[in-house]
Design a protein around this ligand. Structure first.
Ligand code: CA2
Length: 143
């Protein structure tokens, strides 16, 4: 699980847009659901694009899937998109808010075209839905 910039502020500010759960609580919920699904989940948050790019590179041969909320880098970062495409690890993009009902600049995602899929607008549930979707994909489950 990769969390992008400012997501360390979750639950501390702007609960109206992003909900009241903290990042630690979201990570705990992912690890718990992961254990129910019999997969391990490691989580990293960074406010720095290069740290996220390095983490994606380091995911090669260590992780089978990537769940990412790249935050504002979703809408700006060709580098993160290229890293994800470069390692070719199945990726699910998640967002707390519905990026399509917000400002126009949030409507475009550089990541979406190279992701398996995107889940946006379900608050903290987006992460759990994204994890389920990623595990289903990796297990070959199709609905
Ligand atoms: O809805 C999402 O998950 C976003 O990825 C969140 C990003 C935003 O730039 C994207 O357009 C959509 C912003 C994350 C900032 O999180 C904060 C949390 C609490 C207080 C302030 C910012």
């Amino acid at each position: 699980m990769l969390h992008g910039p400012n997501l360390n502020l979750l639950g501390l500010r702007e609960p109206g847009i992003y909900g009241s759960m903290t990042l630690i609580q979201i990570d705990e919920s992912l690890k718990l659901r992961g254990s129910e699904l019999q997969v391990g989940v490691d989580c990293l948050q960074s406010n720095h694009e290069g740290v996220l790019v390095d983490a994606i590179h380091n995911a090669r041969e260590k992780y089978q899937g990537i769940l990412i909320n790249a935050g504002a880098y979703t809408h700006t970062s060709v580098a993160i998109r290229d890293a994800l495409a470069g390692v070719a690890i199945p990726t699910v993009e998640v967002h707390l808010s519905n990026i399509y009902t917000r400002e126009n600049f949030r409507h475009h995602s550089y990541i979406a075209p190279i992701a398996i899929g995107q889940i946006s607008g379900f608050g903290a549930d987006s992460y759990l839905l994204g994890l389920q979707a990623l595990v289903n994909y990796l297990s070959g489950v199709r609905h």
